[in-house]
Design a protein around this ligand. Sequence first.
Ligand code: ATP
Ligand code: MG
Length: 267
Amino acid sequence: MEQYRVTPGAAANLTARDPRDSAAFDGGKSAGRKAAKAANAELEHLQELLYAEGKHKILVVLQAMDTGGKDGTIRHVFDGTNPQGVKVASFKKPTPEELAHDYIWRVHKHTPRSGEITIFNRSHYEDVLVVRVHDLVPPAVSEQRFEHINSFEQMLTDEGTTIVKLFLHISKEEQRVRLQARIDDPEKHWKFSFGDLGERKLWDQYLQAYEEAITRTNAVSAPWYVIPADRKWYRNLVITRILVDTLARLEMAYPEPEGNLEGVVVE
Ligand code: ATP
Ligand code: MG
């Protein structure tokens, strides 16, 4: 899965990456779903180990264009994991209270504790994405934020957090299809917002903002992955495998028992 990791120091090069790519899997949708299920079982096991050991903290940052599949990713990839050890923090338009603070304040409160995985559904990256596309703060202010974000993430890493950042990369055509489905299917109306049509007109500006944000915050210890996300089964498979690989590298172990359990019989 390392082919989807952006090389540190190199440009993200989003326009050169194919959202329909499925090169890392030799098979179609149904085999891919099976493979994702198998990877999911591994993730389930590793998450239990993470929780039991209570040592590492895992932060998964999910960013995408509208309809990019953040919700579906959370539902599928973490299916079967223990909700006691997996949290989701979703970041919407900031409230007045949040806006009255620095932009890291609201996210820092939700970073994972030891033994926990926290998924950021949108994140502090919105403050260098939507905020820049819409000029919500002066350019001189947003420009400084790349450095803040790098420092913030470095601090989290130094304090024992493993960070994985995922950009779900869909094509503009796939977004059209998914938005239209939200309009045509009454059960999807709740997901549709007229605002999404306006944001879609800014596609190129968003892509440019993502390109710069990913390139400038792609630390060795807080890597960005660009996930081909037009095919949902492939997206789920790739992300699950990335998380399995990341957790496996931690070489976790169950804690030692309190004492010698040999011969202990429950009466
Ligand atoms: P869905 O994909 O299901 O629509 P969503 O994450 O898009 O979920 P919405 O409530 O539709 O949720 O959108 C949240 C909105 O909040 C997005 O348009 C996002 O850009 C915006 N937002 C998030 N953080 C900030 C921020 N710091 N400043 C301004 N806008 C923000
Ligand atoms: Mg939305």
